[in-house]
Write a protein that binds this ligand. Structure first.
Ligand code: ZN
Length: 208
């Protein structure tokens, strides 16, 4: 897995002045994650991300520490343009254009310090966790939705894992429809056994 040797790293400059909030666009990270997880024939290609072949993604490193309820947040996935008032939205649009040269469907933000220090497996688990949030809308029957131009309709996807845990505890994996997840958890990990006691800002859950 030579590709992993070249895993993108945050620039040193982002660590120089902790007092100043910094966000650095990371086009190399997007290139790497597309080549690693999304592209046809990618070494760790994941069918669950295949709609993202049509998505434009933007990534940011940040030196801004983030946390909630005593748990450090190390990654986050958001839609490109948040619902805001007109000027607020336009200001965000201007910033996204300056960073990415276009409006991404999803913006992924990563804690630069964590991304610098973690292992390759932890980094991949984090990136894939955030990619899982970059989802496709579903119709009421569960079928993926598309726009009129044929492109996937994108939306943030939650994990609802906490809800699953309660149902599984009381009624079993079959009742919660997570037998597949239980089987996957009991099987040997395909990539690496990673434990991350840190959180994601999108779902507030452990980012692995
Ligand atoms: Zn998450």
């Amino acid at each position: 897995m030579d590709l992993l040797m070249d895993r993108p790293r945050p620039p040193e400059s982002i660590f120089e002045n902790p007092a100043e909030p910094l966000f650095a666009p990371a086009p190399d990270l997007i290139e790497w994650l597309q080549a690693t997880f999304i592209a046809n024939g990618a070494p760790l290609q994941n069918e669950d991300h295949k709609h993202l072949a049509w998505a434009s993604l933007g990534a940011l490193w940040t030196n801004v520490p983030n946390g909630r309820a005593g748990r450090r947040i190390i990654g986050q996935c958001e839609m490109g343009l948040p619902p805001m008032n007109k000027w607020g939205r336009a200001r965000v649009e201007r910033q996204l254009l300056d960073w990415f040269g276009g409006l991404p469907d999803f913006v992924l933000t990563f804690d630069a310090e964590y991304a610098r220090d973690c292992s390759d497996a932890e980094f991949m688990a984090l990136v894939e966790h955030e990619l899982y949030h970059a989802g496709q809308e579903r119709d009421p029957f569960g079928a993926p939705k598309f726009r009129k131009n044929g492109a996937p309709a994108f939306a943030i996807r939650g994990h609802d894992v906490e809800e699953f845990v309660g149902v599984v505890r009381r009624y079993g994996a079959g009742a919660a429809g997570v037998q597949e997840m239980v089987d996957a958890a009991n099987a040997r990990p395909e990539i690496a056994d990673v434990k991350i006691a840190l959180a994601c800002g999108t779902c507030r859950l452990r980012a692995a």
